[in-house]
Design a protein around this ligand. Structure first.
Ligand code: FDA
Length: 389
């Protein structure tokens, strides 16, 4: 196939670009991905034994307040009415998250009104007086007070970062949400739900167009592949959604990421924890949370003989690990600026998505920014001859 546009990465960013280019502009698009499947980190599949849909790269909940994105995604899938809620298991008790009036009253064995709870948390948060928080612990205390911070946040964050919280920078958190109502919906967005037929059906529909060719198990940096950096660069416009530092052979240093290890287990019982996500904020448990996938789709007729759970462990990523969350140290921020200069100077290549921009993006943000790139840069290039930059 002679492609008009090469898209590196079949995650939601790459798929959105490819879909728009094929449907709106009639372009021939080649999408390559080094994985054996489409969809990037949003990919899901039926677990073999049980048929329960498992999100292979960690739980993915769709939510957005962006009307354009909502209308766009609804062309490819309908959504269930799932509303995400998270619980947390601390010292043998289960509390609702994020911290809300229910959490506060259970924790302090009280029946505070919203005003009373607000006054209590304000008093506890004032413990450090006028002192400017110097690390993560002090910042946490200044936001929600020591008791709640130590119970629900401190060790959880230490496990996520594999670092003593006293050594973590205060800037990691700017706010910790506390709700003075009993509302424990996790997201506040206008629209929320899970794709009715699963993520992969949605993602495959985006690529289902005669002008779109998907090549899997194809690494852009593998010179043995028909489509690779050396023979495409300068010849065909490229949208690159892989890691930006990898594209430039790490010339400005490696950007640091956190990754997660996911340990899956099939249990011979109908229900393990009664909810989709349970956090484990205590230091004596090595994982951060457990997902139980059947609860994402209560409307489905899943087997009652078994359930699938996934324990999540967090750690720093090495070069061969999946990069999940940007760490954003001072060195990373400086390196990113140098990579941005290089990316801007790279002719015929646009960098996008979470890996290409070194930015955590929720799915709706990845789709929204791909739609903007299409409108502002790709469409003008192909319809008006504007330079691709
Ligand atoms: P994405 O990573 O999905 O895709 C990039 C693709 O590029 C990958 O398929 C990769 O294989 C490919 N690639 C990289 N290098 C390549 C190379 N050299 N050659 C060929 N292909 C290459 N969002 C949300 O809205 N709700 C949620 O609940 C969650 N939950 C969540 C949990 C976890 C653990 C993570 C890490 C992320 C989330 N997200 C999320 C975010 C969501 O995963 C994110 O928005 C999308 O992955 C972004 O899509 P991209 O296309 O940018 O990247």
């Amino acid at each position: 196939m002679t492609a008009d546009l090469v898209v590196v990465g079949s995650g939601l960013f790459g798929l959105t670009i490819a879909e728009r280019a094929a449907n709106d502009l009639g372009l021939k698009v080649a999408i390559i991905d080094r994985r054996h499947h489409i969809g990037g980190n949003a990919y899901s599949e039926a677990e073999e034994q049980t048929g329960i849909e498992v999100h292979r790269y960690g739980a993915h909940l769709f939510h957005t307040s962006n009307e354009r994105v909502w209308n766009y995604v609804n062309r490819f899938t309908t959504f269930t009415d799932y509303q995400h809620k998270v619980y947390t298991r601390h010292k043998g008790e289960v509390y609702p998250m994020p911290v809300n009036l229910g959490t506060i009253n259970q924790f302090f064995r009280a029946a505070y009104s919203p005003a009373e709870a607000r006054a209590l948390i304000a008093e506890q948060a004032a413990e450090l007086g006028d002192k400017v928080p110097e690390n993560f612990v002090e910042k946490g205390i200044s936001l929600i007070g020591r008791p709640l911070y130590e119970a629900f946040i401190m060790h959880y964050t230490a496990k996520q970062w594999q670092t003593d919280p006293e050594q973590l920078e205060a800037s990691i958190i700017s706010r910790l949400p506390v709700r003075y109502t009993y509302n424990n919906r996790y997201f506040n967005d206008t629209w929320e739900g899970l794709p009715t037929d699963g993520y992969t059906a949605w993602l495959e529909r985006m690529a289902d167009h005669p002008n779109i060719e998907v090549r899997l198990e194809t690494d852009f940096f593998d010179a043995g592949q028909e489509i690779n950096r050396d023979n495409v660069r300068g010849n065909v416009p490229i949208v690159y959604t892989g890691p930006v530092d990898r594209y430039f052979d790490y010339a400005e240093g490696e950007l640091s990421w956190r990754t997660v290890d996911l340990e899956e287990e099939v249990l011979p019982i109908e229900d393990f924890q009664g909810t989709s996500v349970m956090n484990y904020p205590d230091p004596d448990v090595p994982f951060t949370r457990i997902h139980e996938f059947r609860h994402f789709h209560p409307e489905r007729d899943y087997t009652k003989d078994a359930t699938v759970i996934m324990r999540e462990y967090s750690r720093f990523a090495g070069r061969d690990d999946e990069p999940y969350y940007p760490i954003n140290t001072d060195a990373d921020r400086a390196g990113l600026l140098r990579y941005r200069d290089r990316a801007n100077a790279e002719p015929g290549v646009l960098f996008g998505g979470r890996l290409g921009t070194y930015k955590y993006l929720d799915m709706h943000m990845a789709i929204g920014s791909a739609l903007s790139m299409f409108d502002n840069r790709i469409k003008p290039h192909f319809t008006e001859g504007a330079p691709l930059e």
